[in-house]
Design a protein around this ligand. Structure first.
Ligand SMILES: [Zn+2]
Length: 347
């Protein structure tokens, strides 16, 4: 075989392997840690004045009370495995377009990344630009917006526990901890150097989207209250004094942590807030564009970190059956509007 033929064979073979790896990582997913009977069924007709939610995936949620609408994260791009390893991660404008259309939204009052990792904050400035929303978050999130060229007047940095009014929604950002990765190497790259201290211009490595501050959002509305915990971390006593009717509970990566950590997380969230309904979020794949049924994490991620450990279904099941406050657990269908706080609630 001539050198040229050998090189051609290697090139074709490595191209095919890269494609196979990319395909495998993107498409071979584990089952999501949910039960079919948990899924909220959309009502035929939504009562005027009720607060509704639409779920894209991860922790991107769209809330609407008929007069005001706002979104957490607004993350629609799903960088491929190849883009991640070649450090060319950036917002996918076509995916953002499709994501907003699937949510049937072209105008938003606010977009709020829960922290500044790429899977939360990367697309938010473009979502704000397209929908006229104001972008709220940490200084790091503000620097992602500045790097994208969003007007300074549209960016507001949160002050811990200082509520903002978005229509009838009173949203209180509460500083918390990010999920603590069990793997020390991942913990170091994901959580060290915690701030983005100058405008961030993509494309770049996912590690350039540093965590910044992590917020839990407490939301008060005339129809009731809810809390969003995007990342499965906590500060002991951090939610003391807060209550909520509904809790959106981030369970991403929780399966890789110790039983003790997981139980403390439950106590510091569900235990403190005493919600009647728990809605798990951030349990789905971070790869592959969000469409169709919600998929679990990539099987390759499962193999690398021990698939059994990643299954948080028994954790949710056991804690729910023991909980005195929680009456129901619910999971959200993708993109379909469902009621989260019914109108006419007697308080
Ligand atoms: Zn994160």
């Amino acid at each position: 075989m001539t050198l040229r033929t050998k090189l051609a064979v290697i090139a074709v073979f490595s191209g095919l392997s890269l494609w196979a790896v990319n395909y495998g990582v993107n498409n071979l997913s584990m089952a999501p840690p949910t039960k079919p009977e948990w899924e909220i069924m959309p009502l035929e007709e939504l009562a005027a004045g009720s607060v509704t939610v639409r779920f894209t995936g991860s922790t991107t949620l769209l809330f609407d009370d008929g007069a005001t609408s706002w979104m957490t994260d607004g993350w629609f791009s799903r960088p491929t495995f190849i883009e991640i390893i070649t450090e060319r991660v950036e917002p996918d404008l076509a995916a953002i377009d499709r994501g907003l259309k699937a949510n049937e939204v072209d105008k938003l009052d606010a977009v709020i990344p829960l922290h500044s990792h790429y899977d939360h904050a990367m697309d938010a400035p473009e979502v704000a630009r397209r929908t006229g929303a104001k972008l709220y978050g940490s200084e790091s999130t503000a620097n992602i917006a500045r790097g994208w060229g969003l007007d300074e007047g549209r960016i507001e940095v949160f002050i811990n526990k200082k509520p903002i009014d978005v229509g009838d929604f009173i949203i209180t950002p509460i500083e918390s901890n990010h999920f603590q990765f069990a793997d020390p190497e991942i913990a170091k790259t994901a959580l060290d150097l915690p701030a983005i201290d100058s405008p961030l211009v993509p494309p770049g490595p996912i590690t350039s989207y540093r965590v910044g501050k992590t917020y839990v959002l407490h939301v008060e509305h005339p129809q009731g209250s809810f809390v969003i915990v995007g990342s499965a971390g906590f500060i002991e006593g951090g939610l003391l004094g807060f209550k909520a009717d509904v809790l959106f509970l981030g369970v991403g990566s929780l399966g890789e942590q110790s039983v003790e950590y997981r139980q403390r997380y439950w106590e510091e969230t569900v235990g403190r807030l005493e919600p009647s309904t728990v809605i798990p979020i951030h349990y789905d794949s971070l790869l592959g564009e969000p469409r169709g049924p919600v998929r679990g994490h990539s099987a390759l991620y499962g193999v690398m970190s021990g698939a059994d450990n990643l299954n948080v279904l028994p954790y949710l099941d056991e804690n729910l059956s023991r909980s005195e406050s929680v009456a129901s657990i619910a999971t959200l269908p993708r993109f379909i509007e469902v009621e989260v706080l019914p109108a006419m609630k007697t308080r």
